[in-house]
Ligand binder design. Structure first.
Ligand code: 0O2
Ligand code: 0O2
Length: 207
């Protein structure tokens, strides 16, 4: 397998999506009082992680383009749960890619306690030998969901997917606490946004 060649269009997609979505954040900041996007990160899945997932899910190498949907991955992190809906409807209305699948792990959390909204997209990318449609995954989650997922991901890596029961029970409780934190913050969202507006205006005036 010529991985470098295979992954080239994925790297291109990740770079393009990163520019576009970071641009979206800047535009929101200019045009409205609140940007639903806090930050954007993106990566091409490392080869060892592709191989591990192929093995775990029993995916043949000839099927990875269709079946391994997160080789190109972008993550959008926001402050409030409501922001997720705004981002999802914006992404679905775009003309530069097509949403082919949606996974709502916000209203349907995973067994682990994981919460996030996933969009699987088909993104046309121009390579020197013509256009290719590449599948990519966009994860949209709040800061609290991201905090939980990052920590759980590290533990999963450490325990090779078999987190001991006493830790996974704590993680489930932590996931509920993160959910409550999001709920509480949503209730005072207007206050927080007003404070952030004042802070931004003050900063500009003091320049
Ligand atoms: P700014 O000014 O910090 O907003 P890159 O090529 O480095 O731009 P990549 O490879 O995705 O992008 O990098 P990375 O390190 O994953 O992070 C991308 C952006 O997300 C960076 O901001 C990081 O500062 C920001 N980031 C990552 N993790 C966190 C986090 O836990 N909290 C916060 N607040 N930000 C985080 P920018 O856009 O490059 O610049
Ligand atoms: P990475 O790059 O290490 O994050 P799955 O069977 O769940 O592994 P599937 O069916 O392809 O994968 O799709 P799913 O579950 O919709 O999305 C996969 C990605 O979502 C994972 O990628 C994670 O980034 C994230 N995710 C899903 N479930 C969990 C979870 O319980 N905890 C955490 N921390 N993240 C989760 P990978 O393959 O793990 O890759």
């Amino acid at each position: 397998m010529d991985w470098k060649n295979f992954l080239a269009p994925y790297a291109q997609v990740v770079e393009e999506l990163k520019v576009k979505l970071k641009g979206m954040r800047v535009q929101f900041e200019h045009e409205s009082s609140h940007s639903p996007i806090e930050f954007v990160t993106a990566r091409v899945k490392p080869i060892f992680s592709i191989k591990e997932k192929m093995k775990r899910k029993n995916i043949h190498i000839k099927d990875i383009e269709l079946e391994l949907q997160d080789i190109a991955g972008v993550r959008i992190v926001c402050q409030f749960v409501d922001d997720i809906d705004d981002i999802v409807s914006h992404l679905k209305s775009r003309n530069d890619f097509e949403v082919i699948e949606e996974r709502d792990y916000i209203n349907h959390k995973k067994e682990s306690g994981y919460r996030s909204y996933h969009l699987i997209i088909s993104y046309p990318v121009d390579m020197i030998n013509g256009e290719r449609k590449i599948i990519a995954e966009i994860q949209i989650r709040t800061l609290a969901m991201n905090f939980w997922a990052t920590n759980e991901h590290s533990l999963n890596y450490k325990y090779e997917g078999k987190i001991p029961e006493r830790i996974s029970a704590r993680l489930k409780r932590a996931a509920e606490a993160a959910f409550k934190l999001d709920e509480e913050m949503s209730k005072i969202k207007d206050e927080i946004q007003e404070a952030q507006r004042i802070f931004r205006t003050d900063k500009i005036n003091h320049k």
